[in-house]
Design a protein around this ligand. Structure first.
Ligand code: NAD
Length: 345
């Protein structure tokens, strides 16, 4: 398939808060793609998005008509923005329509689901990317550079905390739909950060669940979790993620200094500091940069730097973190050699 100079059409699947607040607005700013269609079970939402984004009626779908996207040349990329446990089903269905696919984080709720998603995309000959927006953010890219290029010498220790207060029932508190608690939702950013700052793969993890202070709310997912990631070089990452406090830190100690982001994982307003002074970068819309990067990958036929394999790697690490926490903090080893070639910088 050739794409010449045109902008690629993206269809958003699931018109919840992230689509509404971030991805829709980002697709008004993108240079290489635009919002071409939506998939939602709600007619009211489809109509509202149609009016807001000037979408033709032929590009509005529900979950039953989803497959007919296959015949719609206006849609090149399907972006799955549903609760985590639905990612696998909809990525596989999207791949079978012959469209390229972006899947929100976390990629899925098990490694087996990730394998099925990757296989379906390979069989259909389409590209798969994960919604890891921070790889396109200037502050986080600087953290990758400072760590991997050893600007302050060898990295010794990483502290990462991505926590938020959740007080109301929603699918994120339903283990069956979320696949886990704050680790799956926010903790994936800490896992990502530890890997992109070091440029290394962890060899083992140890983890502990925090005591539940609100057992009525956190019935099927953890309320909080702390974990340590151990790298072959001796580096350590100490991480935490909770639904009962706020936290947004990435702090790195190296041989000759330190560097940190606080907040680190937000959409905007990130602040960076090093032992030599503040970091100065423009605020960009991360999602627009992420979407444009994937559109260019599709046009050029190259794998995304935030690929399905990267998403699966992170799910594998999170599953090991859960295993350790369930076993009361036992050291769980990881064998991630297959992921050695993933581009981090
Ligand atoms: P949300 O609850 O606001 O929206 C979820 C959407 O899925 C709703 O439109 C809902 O109608 C639809 N849906 C379909 N089937 C459903 C079901 N069985 N139960 C519940 N909802 C169902 O959630 P959100 O915050 O938009 O999150 C969606 C996905 O995006 C999640 O995977 C989340 O992790 C991810 N996300 C990523 C970021 C990021 O920064 N990359 C930020 C927020 C959310």
């Amino acid at each position: 398939m050739t794409y010449d100079q045109r902008k690629l059409g993206v269809a958003l699947v699931g018109l919840g808060r992230y689509s509404e607040g971030q991805l829709g607005p980002a697709l008004k700013e993108t240079q290489h793609c635009y919002l071409a269609g939506v998939v939602s079970s709600s007619e009211e939402k489809r109509k509202r998005w149609q009016a807001q984004y000037d979408l033709p009626g032929s590009n509005l779908y529900n979950y039953d008509t989803f497959e007919s996207m296959a015949a719609n040349p206006a849609i090149d990329i399907v972006y799955v923005v549903l609760p985590n446990a639905l990612h696998a089903e909809y990525v596989v269905r999207a791949a079978r329509t012959g469209k390229h696919v972006i899947c929100e984080k976390p990629m899925a709720t098990s490694v087996e689901e990730c394998q099925r998603m990757i296989r379906a995309c390979q069989e259909a000959g389409v590209l798969l990317s994960i919604g890891y927006r921070l790889h396109f953010d200037p502050f986080n890219k600087e953290m990758m550079h400072l760590g991997q290029d050893q600007v302050f010498g060898n990295v010794k220790r990483i502290i990462a905390d991505d926590s938020m207060t959740l007080e109301k029932e929603e699918w994120r508190l339903d283990g069956a739909l979320a696949g886990g608690g704050p680790l799956m939702n926010n903790g994936v950013y800490c896992v990502q950060a530890a890997l992109f700052v070091t440029g290394e793969l962890p060899v083992a993890v140890r983890a502990e669940f925090s005591p539940k202070t609100k057992p009525d709310l956190f019935r099927t997912v953890e309320e909080g979790i702390q974990w340590e990631m151990e790298f072959a070089s001796g580096k350590k990452a100490l991480c935490e993620s909770s639904y009962s406090k706020d936290g947004n830190l990435l702090r790195v100690t190296a041989e000759r200094g330190w560097f940190e982001l606080n907040p680190a994982y937000e959409y905007k307003g990130l602040k960076g500091q090093t032992s030599e002074g503040p970091m100065e970068f423009p605020t960009i819309r991360q999602q627009a940069a992420q979407l444009d990067d994937f559109a260019l990958c599709v046009k050029r036929g190259v794998t995304s730097r935030v690929s399905g394999e990267m998403g699966m790697r992170d799910v594998e690490i999170m599953m090991a973190i859960y295993e350790s926490a369930r076993k009361g903090g036992e050291r769980v080893t990881l064998h991630l050699e297959a992921y050695q070639d993933l581009i981090e910088l």
